[in-house]
Design a protein around this ligand. Structure first.
Ligand SMILES: [Zn+2]
Length: 153
């Protein structure tokens, strides 16, 4: 009599044992299968997934990720400019902070967040509406972060 499990970070119900990470892999799989059509939203997908699982980030990595989300959604930065920005932040010799969490140091939100969409919502929509759903997911994250007081409106 296993009770259904829920993600401790984004609150998704893990129906039939399908976890958030499984949804993440499903989305990555669709992108690999349809690179021309779907790869444009790859970075937005990865960013959205990590923002809903903030413990994957270091505290500084999380605040950087919030800035990236705002950049992407409000200043209309292109996917290639986004990739460049991420490369500059991550790969350059002037890397100033750790992106990934450690057991002692990981990102959390100051206030609890009610998410309106999760990775599970995107995979539920299927591959045909994938790009639109990833964009809607990212937009919903921005709005949830603002509504909860974790991001300045
Ligand atoms: Zn989750």
């Amino acid at each position: 009599m296993d009770s259904p499990q829920r993600c401790l970070e984004c609150g998704t119900l893990w129906t039939d044992g399908v976890t958030c990470q499984d949804h993440f892999y499903q989305m990555g799989y669709w992108e690999l299968e349809n690179p021309t059509a779907l790869y444009e939203v790859h970075h937005l997908m990865v960013l959205s997934y990590h923002l809903q699982h903030p413990s994957l980030y270091s505290p500084t990595g999380l605040s950087n990720a919030k800035e990236l989300l705002v950049d992407f959604l409000t200043t209309g930065i292109t996917p290639s400019a986004m990739r460049q920005k991420i490369r500059d932040d991550v790969d350059s010799g002037v890397r100033k902070f750790k992106i990934k969490s450690t057991a002692e140091s990981f990102g959390t939100y100051e206030y609890p967040v009610q998410w309106t969409m999760t990775a599970a919502s995107v995979t539920a929509g299927g591959v045909d509406t994938y790009c639109d759903n990833v964009k809607a997911w990212a937009q919903s994250i921005l709005e949830s972060l603002k509504a909860s007081g974790n991001l300045d409106a």
